[in-house]
Design a binder for this molecule. Structure first.
Ligand code: PAF
Length: 281
Protein backbone atom coordinates (compact mmCIF):
# COMPACT_ATOMS: atom_id res chain seq x y z
CA UNK A 1 0.00 0.00 0.00
CA UNK A 2 1.23 3.48 -0.88
CA UNK A 3 0.92 5.79 2.15
CA UNK A 4 2.09 9.03 0.56
CA UNK A 5 0.15 9.57 -2.62
CA UNK A 6 0.95 13.10 -3.78
CA UNK A 7 -0.98 14.27 -6.83
CA UNK A 8 1.17 15.42 -9.76
CA UNK A 9 -0.26 18.06 -12.06
CA UNK A 10 2.11 19.01 -14.86
CA UNK A 11 3.06 16.75 -17.78
CA UNK A 12 6.75 17.02 -16.83
CA UNK A 13 6.10 15.83 -13.28
CA UNK A 14 3.89 13.05 -14.59
CA UNK A 15 6.61 11.84 -16.97
CA UNK A 16 9.26 11.81 -14.23
CA UNK A 17 6.97 9.88 -11.85
CA UNK A 18 5.80 7.52 -14.61
CA UNK A 19 9.40 6.65 -15.59
CA UNK A 20 10.04 5.37 -12.06
CA UNK A 21 7.09 2.93 -12.08
CA UNK A 22 7.39 -0.83 -12.50
CA UNK A 23 5.67 -2.25 -15.59
CA UNK A 24 3.06 -3.26 -16.62
CA UNK A 25 1.27 -0.05 -15.68
CA UNK A 26 -2.50 -0.18 -15.18
CA UNK A 27 -4.41 3.08 -15.61
CA UNK A 28 -7.80 4.16 -14.25
CA UNK A 29 -9.03 7.47 -15.73
CA UNK A 30 -11.70 9.18 -13.60
CA UNK A 31 -13.41 12.50 -13.03
CA UNK A 32 -13.04 12.10 -9.26
CA UNK A 33 -15.63 12.03 -6.47
CA UNK A 34 -14.78 8.37 -6.24
CA UNK A 35 -17.17 5.62 -5.20
CA UNK A 36 -16.95 1.84 -4.86
CA UNK A 37 -17.31 1.47 -8.65
CA UNK A 38 -14.10 3.46 -9.29
CA UNK A 39 -12.29 1.67 -6.48
CA UNK A 40 -13.19 -1.71 -7.96
CA UNK A 41 -11.32 -0.61 -11.12
CA UNK A 42 -8.29 0.42 -9.05
CA UNK A 43 -8.38 -2.88 -7.14
CA UNK A 44 -8.57 -4.89 -10.36
CA UNK A 45 -5.66 -2.91 -11.82
CA UNK A 46 -3.76 -3.49 -8.57
CA UNK A 47 -4.24 -7.27 -8.93
CA UNK A 48 -3.25 -7.37 -12.60
CA UNK A 49 -0.47 -4.77 -12.93
CA UNK A 50 2.84 -3.95 -11.23
CA UNK A 51 1.88 -0.26 -10.87
CA UNK A 52 -1.40 1.63 -10.86
CA UNK A 53 -1.92 5.20 -12.09
CA UNK A 54 -5.20 7.05 -11.56
CA UNK A 55 -6.15 10.38 -13.12
CA UNK A 56 -8.74 12.82 -11.83
CA UNK A 57 -9.83 15.42 -14.35
CA UNK A 58 -13.32 16.88 -14.76
CA UNK A 59 -13.16 17.09 -18.52
CA UNK A 60 -15.00 20.23 -19.75
CA UNK A 61 -15.25 19.05 -23.37
CA UNK A 62 -17.51 16.09 -22.56
CA UNK A 63 -20.13 18.30 -20.89
CA UNK A 64 -22.82 20.23 -22.74
CA UNK A 65 -22.44 24.04 -22.77
CA UNK A 66 -25.61 24.16 -20.64
CA UNK A 67 -24.13 21.87 -17.94
CA UNK A 68 -22.94 23.55 -14.78
CA UNK A 69 -19.36 22.31 -14.65
CA UNK A 70 -18.68 24.09 -11.37
CA UNK A 71 -21.52 22.12 -9.77
CA UNK A 72 -19.85 18.77 -10.60
CA UNK A 73 -18.99 17.20 -7.22
CA UNK A 74 -15.32 17.30 -6.23
CA UNK A 75 -13.41 16.17 -3.13
CA UNK A 76 -9.72 15.71 -3.91
CA UNK A 77 -8.67 15.17 -0.30
CA UNK A 78 -11.10 12.29 0.19
CA UNK A 79 -10.31 10.85 -3.26
CA UNK A 80 -6.58 10.89 -2.50
CA UNK A 81 -7.13 9.05 0.78
CA UNK A 82 -9.33 6.42 -0.88
CA UNK A 83 -6.76 5.90 -3.63
CA UNK A 84 -3.96 5.52 -1.07
CA UNK A 85 -6.02 2.86 0.69
CA UNK A 86 -6.76 1.11 -2.61
CA UNK A 87 -3.03 0.98 -3.40
CA UNK A 88 -2.67 3.45 -6.28
CA UNK A 89 0.97 4.38 -6.98
CA UNK A 90 0.50 7.64 -8.84
CA UNK A 91 -2.30 10.20 -9.05
CA UNK A 92 -2.36 12.65 -11.97
CA UNK A 93 -4.62 15.69 -11.58
CA UNK A 94 -4.01 17.78 -14.70
CA UNK A 95 -5.44 21.28 -14.89
CA UNK A 96 -7.65 22.38 -17.83
CA UNK A 97 -4.63 24.37 -19.11
CA UNK A 98 -2.50 21.20 -19.22
CA UNK A 99 -5.17 19.29 -21.16
CA UNK A 100 -6.43 22.15 -23.34
CA UNK A 101 -3.65 24.70 -23.86
CA UNK A 102 -4.51 27.96 -25.64
CA UNK A 103 -5.06 27.33 -29.36
CA UNK A 104 -6.09 23.70 -28.82
CA UNK A 105 -7.70 22.41 -32.03
CA UNK A 106 -7.05 18.67 -32.37
CA UNK A 107 -9.85 16.20 -31.73
CA UNK A 108 -10.27 12.44 -31.79
CA UNK A 109 -13.65 11.26 -33.04
CA UNK A 110 -15.19 7.79 -33.37
CA UNK A 111 -17.99 8.04 -35.94
CA UNK A 112 -20.96 5.65 -36.24
CA UNK A 113 -20.63 4.08 -32.80
CA UNK A 114 -21.09 7.45 -31.08
CA UNK A 115 -24.34 8.34 -32.87
CA UNK A 116 -27.04 6.31 -31.05
CA UNK A 117 -27.98 6.09 -27.34
CA UNK A 118 -25.95 8.52 -25.20
CA UNK A 119 -24.41 10.11 -28.29
CA UNK A 120 -27.86 11.02 -29.65
CA UNK A 121 -28.81 12.79 -26.41
CA UNK A 122 -25.44 14.32 -25.61
CA UNK A 123 -24.01 15.91 -28.79
CA UNK A 124 -20.23 16.24 -28.65
CA UNK A 125 -19.96 14.16 -25.48
CA UNK A 126 -17.99 11.27 -26.98
CA UNK A 127 -15.72 13.55 -28.97
CA UNK A 128 -14.73 15.08 -25.62
CA UNK A 129 -14.28 11.63 -24.06
CA UNK A 130 -12.17 10.13 -26.86
CA UNK A 131 -10.02 13.25 -27.10
CA UNK A 132 -9.32 13.44 -23.39
CA UNK A 133 -8.77 9.67 -23.06
CA UNK A 134 -6.25 9.82 -25.92
CA UNK A 135 -4.43 12.65 -24.13
CA UNK A 136 -4.55 10.78 -20.82
CA UNK A 137 -3.16 7.64 -22.51
CA UNK A 138 -0.41 9.69 -24.15
CA UNK A 139 0.56 11.12 -20.77
CA UNK A 140 0.39 7.92 -18.71
CA UNK A 141 1.41 5.40 -21.43
CA UNK A 142 -0.24 2.47 -19.66
CA UNK A 143 -0.12 -1.13 -20.82
CA UNK A 144 -3.72 -1.61 -19.59
CA UNK A 145 -6.60 0.79 -18.94
CA UNK A 146 -9.66 0.01 -16.85
CA UNK A 147 -13.20 1.24 -17.59
CA UNK A 148 -16.57 0.41 -16.02
CA UNK A 149 -19.31 -1.44 -17.88
CA UNK A 150 -21.76 1.09 -16.40
CA UNK A 151 -20.84 3.51 -19.22
CA UNK A 152 -21.32 0.74 -21.79
CA UNK A 153 -21.25 2.94 -24.88
CA UNK A 154 -18.16 4.75 -23.63
CA UNK A 155 -16.43 1.38 -23.19
CA UNK A 156 -17.46 0.28 -26.71
CA UNK A 157 -16.28 3.59 -28.21
CA UNK A 158 -12.91 3.43 -26.44
CA UNK A 159 -12.37 -0.21 -27.48
CA UNK A 160 -13.05 0.85 -31.07
CA UNK A 161 -10.80 3.93 -30.88
CA UNK A 162 -7.90 1.87 -29.51
CA UNK A 163 -8.37 -0.74 -32.22
CA UNK A 164 -8.79 1.77 -35.06
CA UNK A 165 -5.79 3.90 -34.05
CA UNK A 166 -3.49 0.99 -33.06
CA UNK A 167 -3.07 2.40 -29.56
CA UNK A 168 -0.73 0.13 -27.60
CA UNK A 169 -3.04 -0.33 -24.63
CA UNK A 170 -5.32 -3.19 -23.57
CA UNK A 171 -8.82 -2.06 -22.55
CA UNK A 172 -10.25 -3.94 -19.58
CA UNK A 173 -13.99 -3.46 -18.99
CA UNK A 174 -15.07 -4.27 -15.43
CA UNK A 175 -18.52 -5.22 -14.09
CA UNK A 176 -20.96 -2.65 -12.72
CA UNK A 177 -20.82 -2.24 -8.93
CA UNK A 178 -24.29 -1.97 -7.39
CA UNK A 179 -25.83 -0.85 -4.11
CA UNK A 180 -27.58 -3.58 -2.09
CA UNK A 181 -30.89 -2.82 -3.81
CA UNK A 182 -29.35 -3.01 -7.28
CA UNK A 183 -28.88 0.70 -8.07
CA UNK A 184 -25.69 1.07 -10.10
CA UNK A 185 -23.10 3.19 -8.29
CA UNK A 186 -22.76 6.67 -9.77
CA UNK A 187 -21.62 10.07 -8.56
CA UNK A 188 -25.05 11.30 -9.70
CA UNK A 189 -26.84 9.16 -7.07
CA UNK A 190 -25.92 11.85 -4.53
CA UNK A 191 -28.35 14.22 -6.30
CA UNK A 192 -31.37 11.99 -5.45
CA UNK A 193 -33.65 12.84 -2.51
CA UNK A 194 -34.91 9.85 -0.43
CA UNK A 195 -38.08 9.32 -2.53
CA UNK A 196 -36.12 9.59 -5.77
CA UNK A 197 -33.46 7.25 -4.42
CA UNK A 198 -36.19 4.66 -3.80
CA UNK A 199 -37.68 5.24 -7.27
CA UNK A 200 -34.23 4.85 -8.85
CA UNK A 201 -34.31 1.10 -8.16
CA UNK A 202 -36.66 0.93 -11.15
CA UNK A 203 -33.68 0.76 -13.51
CA UNK A 204 -32.36 -2.44 -11.96
CA UNK A 205 -35.85 -3.89 -11.45
CA UNK A 206 -36.86 -3.37 -15.08
CA UNK A 207 -33.58 -4.71 -16.50
CA UNK A 208 -33.79 -7.74 -14.19
CA UNK A 209 -37.33 -8.49 -15.41
CA UNK A 210 -36.19 -8.34 -19.04
CA UNK A 211 -33.20 -10.53 -18.25
CA UNK A 212 -35.46 -13.13 -16.59
CA UNK A 213 -37.62 -13.18 -19.72
CA UNK A 214 -34.48 -13.62 -21.81
CA UNK A 215 -33.33 -16.48 -19.59
CA UNK A 216 -36.74 -18.10 -20.03
CA UNK A 217 -36.20 -18.02 -23.79
CA UNK A 218 -37.55 -14.64 -24.97
CA UNK A 219 -35.47 -13.47 -27.96
CA UNK A 220 -37.72 -10.77 -29.47
CA UNK A 221 -35.91 -7.47 -28.87
CA UNK A 222 -39.13 -5.41 -28.92
CA UNK A 223 -40.62 -7.63 -26.23
CA UNK A 224 -37.52 -7.18 -24.05
CA UNK A 225 -37.58 -3.39 -24.57
CA UNK A 226 -41.30 -3.43 -23.78
CA UNK A 227 -40.77 -5.20 -20.44
CA UNK A 228 -38.31 -2.50 -19.37
CA UNK A 229 -40.56 0.34 -20.57
CA UNK A 230 -43.67 -1.00 -18.83
CA UNK A 231 -41.96 -1.25 -15.45
CA UNK A 232 -40.37 2.21 -15.74
CA UNK A 233 -43.64 3.78 -16.87
CA UNK A 234 -45.35 2.39 -13.76
CA UNK A 235 -42.95 4.34 -11.51
CA UNK A 236 -44.42 7.85 -11.00
CA UNK A 237 -41.07 9.58 -10.34
CA UNK A 238 -39.35 8.02 -13.36
CA UNK A 239 -39.39 9.17 -16.97
CA UNK A 240 -37.90 6.79 -19.51
CA UNK A 241 -35.63 8.49 -22.03
CA UNK A 242 -34.65 5.40 -23.98
CA UNK A 243 -34.42 1.64 -23.77
CA UNK A 244 -32.18 -0.15 -26.24
CA UNK A 245 -31.57 -3.77 -27.10
CA UNK A 246 -28.51 -3.65 -29.35
CA UNK A 247 -25.53 -5.62 -30.57
CA UNK A 248 -22.82 -5.45 -27.88
CA UNK A 249 -20.04 -4.27 -30.23
CA UNK A 250 -21.78 -2.28 -32.98
CA UNK A 251 -24.65 -0.90 -30.82
CA UNK A 252 -27.05 -1.48 -33.72
CA UNK A 253 -30.63 -2.06 -32.58
CA UNK A 254 -31.73 -5.68 -32.90
CA UNK A 255 -34.96 -7.38 -33.97
CA UNK A 256 -33.93 -10.72 -32.51
CA UNK A 257 -31.33 -11.43 -29.85
CA UNK A 258 -28.80 -13.94 -31.15
CA UNK A 259 -25.29 -13.03 -29.93
CA UNK A 260 -23.84 -10.86 -27.16
CA UNK A 261 -26.36 -8.09 -26.55
CA UNK A 262 -26.44 -4.82 -24.64
CA UNK A 263 -29.75 -4.02 -22.97
CA UNK A 264 -29.37 -0.40 -21.88
CA UNK A 265 -31.49 2.49 -20.71
CA UNK A 266 -31.56 6.11 -19.57
CA UNK A 267 -34.15 7.41 -17.14
CA UNK A 268 -34.83 10.77 -15.54
CA UNK A 269 -35.62 10.54 -11.85
CA UNK A 270 -36.69 14.10 -11.10
CA UNK A 271 -33.92 16.20 -12.61
CA UNK A 272 -31.29 13.47 -12.32
CA UNK A 273 -30.50 11.42 -15.40
CA UNK A 274 -29.42 7.85 -14.68
CA UNK A 275 -28.17 5.12 -17.01
CA UNK A 276 -27.82 1.38 -16.51
CA UNK A 277 -27.42 -1.79 -18.56
CA UNK A 278 -27.24 -5.56 -18.54
CA UNK A 279 -25.27 -7.69 -20.97
CA UNK A 280 -27.16 -10.69 -22.34
CA UNK A 281 -24.87 -13.46 -23.53
O1 PAF B 1 -15.94 7.78 -17.30
C1 PAF B 1 -15.43 8.86 -16.94
O2 PAF B 1 -15.29 9.17 -15.75
C2 PAF B 1 -14.93 9.83 -18.01
O3 PAF B 1 -15.74 9.80 -19.13
C3 PAF B 1 -13.47 9.59 -18.39
C4 PAF B 1 -13.24 8.23 -19.04
C5 PAF B 1 -12.58 9.73 -17.16
C6 PAF B 1 -13.02 10.66 -19.40
O4 PAF B 1 -13.15 11.94 -18.89
Amino acid sequence: MNNSLLPVTSLDDLRIARAALDEPVGFVPTMGYLHAGHLSLVERARRECASVVVSIFVNPTQFAPTDDLDAYPRDLERDTRLLEEAGADLLWTPTPEVMYPPGFQTWVEVETLTRPLEGARRPGHFRGVTTVVTKLFNGVQPQRAYFGQKDAQQAAVIRRMVRDLNMPVEIVVCPIVRERDGLAMSSRNTYLDPDERQAATVLYRSLSAAKSAYEEGERNADTLRGIVAEIVNAEPLAKLQYVSCADYDTLEELKTVTGKTLLSMAVHIGTTRLIDNFVLE
